[in-house]
Design a protein around this ligand. Structure first.
Ligand SMILES: [Zn+2]
Ligand SMILES: [Zn+2]
Length: 155
């Protein structure tokens, strides 16, 4: 799982049993009837699936390209996303993980003005240990980000 996240997102060879659900973008192991255990979506039915959206792992304080994560338009606006939101935190409080083990994750994600009016960026997953968040982003933004990482010699 770790290697899978750090390597080139273009190669699915290491994905093993896990697939990304096209409906909720969670990494899941499909149920026997080929549905997603997280959202009950039918994996063989892609009706209503936005093929321009993909999941992208973003590192804390990582520099990102100046494109809106949601529509891939050029933008210099950024939105601060903090992992320390109540909904997420409460999961930790009700679980057996002590709060000391969770340090906050903060990411500045580019978002254009028109998208900012529609929605706030919400990570589908926050990893406090590795200080990363996973967002559903525009396919083009992911490509920009991968290219950006390569140009800047990052992972
Ligand atoms: Zn799903
Ligand atoms: Zn936008």
């Amino acid at each position: 799982m770790d290697e899978m996240l750090e390597n080139n997102e273009g190669s699915d060879e290491k994905a093993s049993l896990f697939v990304e659900c096209p409906h909720c973008y969670t990494k899941i192991i499909p149920l026997a009837n080929n549905t997603c255990p997280a959202c009950q979506g039918d994996l063989s039915n892609l009706t209503g699936v936005d093929s321009n959206k993909v999941a992208l792992l973003i590192y804390e304080s990582e520099e990102l390209p100046t494109y809106c994560y949601s529509c891939n338009q050029y933008t210099e606006q950024e939105v601060r996303v903090s992992g320390d939101q109540e909904s997420i935190l409460s999961k930790f409080l009700t679980g057996d993980i002590s709060p000391e083990q969770t340090s906050n994750v903060v990411i500045f994600i580019p978002q254009c003005e028109s998208c900012a009016e529609i929605e706030d960026p919400e990570p589908i997953e926050v990893d406090y240990e590795r200080q990363t968040m996973t967002f559903v982003v525009h396919r083009g933004f992911r490509d920009h980000t991968i290219q950006f990482r390569e140009e800047h010699g990052k992972k």
